[in-house]
Design a protein around this ligand. Structure first.
Ligand SMILES: [Fe+2]
Length: 260
């Protein structure tokens, strides 16, 4: 089975359209799943959710989805400085005000986790486990430099065995590690990458009985259209600049590590 995994679209409709177009053009995905954070930071939350629903793409709740969906007072984001905190609040309040009731209900109903069995439910394994951030919380970063011990602890939370895959997003940076035989796959971000590459990112996971292959894919899209729409909205222009740069830049020029 081949899975196209898309995460952190963040209301960026042109990026989502480009990724779905690429998945379709390749014609190799048996299923598409989203890993949450469909909304926030760009001006198409309803349109992105509509497209996901129209294509019947199942998925899990990101911190943005579960907070907008339940009208929580805070998006669960983490900040590196006061300016980032201010920007995050503006984005969250804008999104809360602009999503329709139908979108809010959909976001609030998303499950925390989905387990998939590529060989069928009558086989015990391997499994593909889908979450947004990690198996415990959708707000905590699972970065590539986490210790083996942390990775094994997370794998233990879902009783993952060698050959299983745990896929997630949330950090907006793609990576793949194997710890004690368990594949940990960060699928990157469709609509708000933070690794310095502006192109939309998604990940293809191919699973067979004893084989796992992971491919991180990048897709060019009309980033100028996204940037122009952000500038034309009440959202801060900073978000347009961040999209064009492939990630937020802090004052010392390093890519920002804030949690979204
Ligand atoms: Fe996110």
């Amino acid at each position: 089975m081949r899975y196209a995994l898309i995460s952190d679209v963040h209301a960026n409709l042109p990026a989502l359209e480009a990724v779905l177009g690429e998945v379709e053009a390749r014609g190799e995905a048996d299923a598409i799943y989203h890993l949450g954070d469909l909304v926030g930071y760009a001006p198409w939350p309803d349109e992105v959710v509509s497209l996901i629903r129209e294509r019947a793409i199942p998925g899990v709740a990101g911190n943005y989805d579960s907070t907008v969906g339940t009208d929580h007072p805070h998006c669960g984001c983490r900040y590196e400085d006061a300016r980032q905190e201010e920007l995050s609040h503006i984005s969250y309040e804008w999104t809360r005000r602009h999503v329709c009731a139908d979108t809010r209900r959909y976001l609030g109903a998303l499950p925390f986790r989905i387990d998939v069995r590529p060989l069928g439910g009558h086989h015990g394994g391997p499994r593909l486990v889908l979450v947004h951030g990690n198996p415990v919380l959708n707000t905590v970063y699972w970065t590539e430099d986490r210790s083996d011990r942390f990775c094994q602890e997370m794998a233990g939370k879902v009783a993952a065995k060698a050959g299983d895959v745990i896929a997630f997003g949330h950090t907006h940076r793609p990576w793949h590690r194997v710890v004690a035989g368990v594949h940990m796959v960060n699928t990157g971000s469709v609509g708000r990458p933070k690794d310095g590459d502006w192109r939309a990112g998604y990940t293809v996971v191919r699973m067979a009985a004893r084989d796992v292959e992971v491919e991180h894919v990048r897709v060019e899209y009309d980033v100028e259209r996204a940037a122009a729409a952000i500038r034309a909205s009440e959202l801060p222009d900073d978000f347009a600049e961040q999209l064009l740069a492939g990630g937020a830049q802090s004052s010392d020029g390093a890519a920002s590590g804030g949690t979204e």
